[in-house]
Design a protein around this ligand. Structure first.
Ligand code: ATP
Ligand code: ZN
Length: 289
């Protein structure tokens, strides 16, 4: 039987679509019907396992899945000893302390002896312990922000993205204690094994990296008076050498190069200033260095 790499992905939630998007961008085809637990990619040895995000570290630890995509928060909260293969940098969020209006907050020490409602007691208690603060966690799995109003907690520690939910519940964010994004995890040592599965993961990671690299780059093509070539090379910078093609008109050349997105507008303006014409900009689908 052909070996496949098994990847655990959140069935439905904030991580689901983006996780699948990344894999799709790698040219891996599959169908998802939203109800099935397992799905096999059609043109790559990859099998999906669609599960709740809380269970992903457990599945990876137990070998039910070889790898998984999960929020760093869920992974750290699980406390499992697993390897972080890659930070995928989406689903960014923060864990913050929020207190009711009227609570005098002067730093984590203000939490001494308080009851703190949270879904992440392990992460919270570890951070408080490092600061020498002792508090009582109240573990709730949802609607953390209502607990101070109903009197079961003094404050909360929760995931915040915009802060609107907090405000609606009379709370204010006073301190960010932790940052999270989606990560790829694997069993400890998996990356060091000589195995077909590890080879498949290497191929997958190479593809992900090629997509990532291309995402922030633009392909730029323009015509330039030959005499300005040195200046153009300096403006574009970074690259070994832009590709230069002669044109019918001997005084002009056509130049092609790759420019990173963040520098694009300044490069564009500088090129125009030295006489570049017909500047054409294209998205790059995939790229290797
Ligand atoms: P499941 O049904 O799979 O248990 P869930 O409700 O626990 O889903 P989601 O709300 O889909 O989980 O969030 C999944 C992850 O997305 C979180 O663990 C966190 O890493 C990340 N995330 C990003 N932004 C936010 C946000 N604003 N609120 C909550 N989680 C966020
Ligand atoms: Zn969950």
């Amino acid at each position: 039987m052909e070996e496949v790499l098994k990847i655990a992905i959140q069935k439905s939630g904030r991580l689901s679509e983006k996780s699948l998007d990344i894999i799709r961008a790698c040219g891996i085809d599959f169908t998802t019907d939203g109800r099935v637990l397992k799905e096999r990619a059609t043109n790559f040895p990859l099998e999906f396992l669609f599960v709740r995000d809380d269970d992903i570290p457990t599945y990876v630890r137990d070998g039910v899945a070889d790898i998984g995509i999960v929020g760093r928060n869920e992974f750290d909260e699980s406390g499992f000893y697993l390897d972080v293969v890659k930070d995928l940098k989406f689903a960014k969020c923060r864990l913050s302390i929020a207190v009711p209006n009227g609570f005098e907050y002067e730093g984590l020490t203000s939490l001494e002896g308080k009851r703190i409602a949270t879904s992440y007691p392990n992460i919270l208690m570890k951070i408080l312990k490092e600061k020498g603060v002792s508090a009582t966690p109240l573990v709730v799995s949802g609607s953390v922000e209502i607990t101070p109003q109903v009197g079961i907690a003094d404050c909360i520690c929760d995931i915040v993205s915009t802060g609107t939910t907090l405000k609606m519940n009379g709370l204010r964010e006073v301190e960010e204690i932790y940052r999270s994004s989606a990560i790829m995890i694997a069993r400890p040592g998996f990356r060091n094994t000589v195995s077909r599965k590890n080879d498949i993961l290497t191929r997958l990671l190479e593809r992900i990296e090629a997509v990532e690299l291309a995402k922030n780059k633009k392909y730029v093509l323009f015509n330039l008076p030959s005499s300005r070539l040195d200046e153009a090379a300096r403006i574009i910078g970074g690259m070994k050498s832009p590709t230069v093609t002669p044109l019918m008109d001997k005084d002009w050349v056509s130049v092609q190069s790759v420019v990173s997105e963040d520098r694009f507008w300044s490069v564009f303006e500088d090129l125009k200033a030295i006489g570049a014409e017909g500047i054409l900009v294209m998205n790059i689908e995939k790229m290797t260095e």
